[in-house]
Structure formats: structure tokens, C-alpha cells
Design a protein around this ligand. Structure first.
Ligand code: PEP
Length: 250
């Protein structure tokens, strides 16, 4: 396991309205969270201010993306310094939907992560293989390539990075990785960090699992040695269920 608290992120993706987000924040504010868990939620940009103004300060806010460098003439983008200025503490990078739907490359994701870190944000660095990669026994090849792109850009300081292993075939599909499947890749990631970055980064970095985590499967996943938390999509839109997942901390 990494050091630090069990880390659970809720990725709301492109979901919600003023009204539904008010309801979700109210639900989250009424959840009793275990002390040993660090919790962040990631609303769409438009609702970040609403959430920061209404959510308990027990829970931090993450953005779902950020621009690759300093802001300026980049229509439609939001910069890391703007996020930090607004009170956002984290940003998700390299989510599979940005890689495979929007077309972001490993190199761009690495650069965006490095810039976000330079502006004081923590980075939730996502990696994960597609079903065809797994079926071709290329799971760790793909994951290690993605990790290498982060390492090339950010260097040796991973103290503000949480790695999220999210097999693409498990995201939004209801097909969760088994605890053994997830543990196997988490252990491989930890070993990769040891060989390619440092012993220190390997032993300290939290590696969280994402892909169809819910209130019913989170407890067993959380018992695995190298699962240090979760990144949750669909189930993070339900406050009480998200609370159950957060409290799966062991
Ligand atoms: C995600 O998008 O990060 C995710 C894990 O989604 P879901 O929990 O819905 O599979």
C-alpha cells in the first residue's frame, strides 16, 4: 500500500444541473465519512463554484481536465492557475474518455500533468488498457507506456500524484475487475515505479482503482494490498452510495 489516507474520487463527468448538483451536495454533506479517507469530487467546470460554495470542506474538489500550459489565447480551455485560483485542489488527467473519445495523447497528458503540478494542483493520473489490449496480453505494456509518459514529463517528484488504474473495459460497463485482477496490475504499477522512478515513490504513491466500483463491490476491492482507494464514476452521482464506497477504507 502507498502511504497517506485511502483516497476516493468521484468523477461526475458531464452530468448534472444546478438543481441535481444541489441535491447531490446536500446528500454528501450528510454522509459521515471515516477519518482515514481523503475524498474529492469532480464536478463539470460550470458547477465548480456552486460546489465549492456549498460542499462541506471535508471534501475537496477536482477538475476533470486542465490546459497544457499558462492560460491565454486558447478558446474553450481552462488553465491550471485558474483552477487553483478558484480553490480547486486536484485535477484528473488522462481519463480514458479523454484518451479514447477526445484523442489526447500520452505526451499531451504528461505535459498537462506537469503544468498542473507546477501550479500547486494534485494530479489524479489515470492509466488503463482496453479490452483488446488485455486479450492480447498487452495490459502491462500499455499501462507502463502511459506511466512512462507521466514520468518523462513530471520527473521524480510524485508526492502530489495519485495513480488511478482504470481498465477501459470496466469503465461505465458494470463489469468490475475482480479484486485479484486489479491487485495484479496495481502491484505491477508499484514495481514499475520502483524500477523506473524510485523506491520512495513506489512505496509512497497511492494507486487507486476505477471501473464500475459501487457500494456492493468496494469493500472486497479495498482489502487488496495495493488498492489505496477508488475513482468512481456512475456511483459517485448517488451521495449515500458514494459514502459507502468512501467508508470501505480498511
Ligand atoms: C470513471 O469514469 O472514472 C469510472 C470509473 O466510471 P464508472 O465508475 O462509472 O465505471
Amino acid at each position: 500500500a502507498g502511504t497517506g489516507k485511502f483516497f476516493v474520487g468521484g468523477n461526475w463527468k458531464c452530468n448534472g444541473t444546478t438543481e441535481s448538483i444541489k441535491k447531490l451536495v446536500d446528500e454528501l454533506n450528510s454522509v459521515m465519512l471515516e477519518e482515514g479517507v481523503e475524498v474529492v469530487v469532480s464536478p463539470p467546470y460550470l458547477y465548480i463554484s456552486q460546489v465549492l460554495g456549498s460542499l462541506s470542506n471535508r471534501i475537496e474538489v477536482a477538475a476533470q481536465n486542465s490546459w497544457v500550459g499558462k492560460g491565454g489565447a486558447f478558446t474553450g480551455e481552462i488553465s491550471a492557475e485558474q483552477l487553483a485560483d478558484a480553490g480547486v485542489k486536484w485535477v484528473i488527467q488522462g481519463h480514458s474518455e479523454r484518451r479514447h473519445v477526445i484523442g489526447e495523447t500520452d505526451a499531451m497528458i504528461g505535459k498537462k500533468s506537469a503544468y498542473a503540478l507546477s501550479q500547486g494542483l494534485g494530479v489524479i493520473a489515470c492509466v488503463g488498457e482496453k479490452l483488446e489490449d488485455r486479450e492480447a496480453n498487452r495490459t502491462t505494456d500499455v499501462v507502463f507506456e502511459q506511466l512512462q509518459a507521466y514520468a518523462d514529463a513530471v520527473g521524480s517528484d510524485w508526492s502530489n500524484i495519485v495513480v488511478a488504474y482504470e481498465p477501459v473495459w470496466a469503465i461505465g460497463t458494470g463489469k468490475v475487475a475482480s479484486p485479484q485482477q486489479a491487485q495484479e496490475v496495481h502491484a505491477a504499477i508499484r514495481q514499475w515505479l520502483k524500477e523506473k522512478v524510485s523506491d520512495d515513490v513506489s512505496s509512497k504513491t497511492r494507486i487507486i482503482y476505477g471501473g464500475s466500483v459501487n457500494g456492493a463491490n468496494s469493500a472486497e476491492l479495498a482489502t487488496q494490498e495495493d488498492i489505496d482507494g477508488f475513482l468512481v464514476g456512475g456511483a459517485s452521482l448517488k451521495g449515500a452510495e458514494f459514502g459507502v464506497i468512501c467508508n470501505a477504507v480498511t
